[in-house]
Design a protein around this ligand. Structure first.
Ligand SMILES: CC(C)(COP(=O)(O)OP(=O)(O)OC[C@H]1O[C@@H](n2cnc3c(N)ncnc32)[C@H](O)[C@@H]1OP(=O)(O)O)[C@@H](O)C(=O)NCCC(=O)NCCS
Length: 173
């Protein structure tokens, strides 16, 4: 099993076939899906998980990983390198199962993958856009030293309601 980074009880490692049952369980949650793009399926089935694992396995370089807490799979974290004139940037994404929220786990995981990304990928910038109502995710990035750069007003249409997107970024030292 390939471990990408670890600190305390939090490990970032490759996604395993044995994670997929828990992936389905944690991903199949409206409170998760509402914060993600529409391509994140809801309901989330084993067929979706198998497709996701095959997609991850085909990546080169592989930049979607599992988050493990106290030896247990709890969610995913990713860096998606961009292309063309954005080729020195990557978009960060993450989710963890609801039973593990508000324990500081994602904050630790974001710190780990940000550090790993700046050391191992040819990028100088990591960013993402967070929907205005997702205060927990905004707080995570603030705790990890990301800067709030902009508000893209009414740019998100989720379940047919318009929301602002808050853009956060971190630049390599
Ligand atoms: C967003 C998410 C990743 C956060 O993970 P987490 O492990 O619970 O985050 P942490 O515990 O590291 O930090 C959460 C912070 O948000 C705060 N928070 C939680 N809910 C909040 C709310 N409604 N309003 C304000 N702050 C809130 C917590 O108090 C904590 O901050 P603190 O340490 O200053 O007290 C998790 O809730 C999740 O997976 N959500 C669904 C998917 C998602 O939103 N992905 C991100 C898309 S951009």
């Amino acid at each position: 099993m390939k471990i990408i980074a670890r600190h305390g009880n939090v490990v970032i490692r490759e996604l395993l076939a044995s994670d997929l049952q828990k992936l389905c369980e944690y991903a199949n949650n409206q409170k998760v899906a509402i914060n993600l793009r529409d391509k994140f399926p809801h309901p989330y089935t084993m067929e979706d998980a198998l497709w996701f694992k095959a997609m991850v396995d085909a990546m080169d370089p592989r930049t979607i990983f599992a988050i493990e807490y106290k030896g247990e799979y709890i969610g995913n974290i990713s860096l998606t390198p961009l292309d063309d004139v954005y080729r020195k940037s990557a978009e960060i994404g993450y989710f963890i199962g609801e039973p593990f929220w508000n324990k500081g786990i994602t904050t630790e995981a974001v710190k780990l993958i940000t550090d790993w990304g700046f050391r191992n990928l040819d990028i100088v910038r990591i960013h993402t856009g967070i929907y205005e109502y997702n205060k927990a995710s905004q707080r995570v990035l603030e705790k990890c030293g990301f800067t709030k750069e902009a508000v893209f007003r009414k740019s998100i249409c989720k379940y047919n309601i318009l929301y602002d997107e808050i853009r956060y970024a971190k630049i390599k030292d």
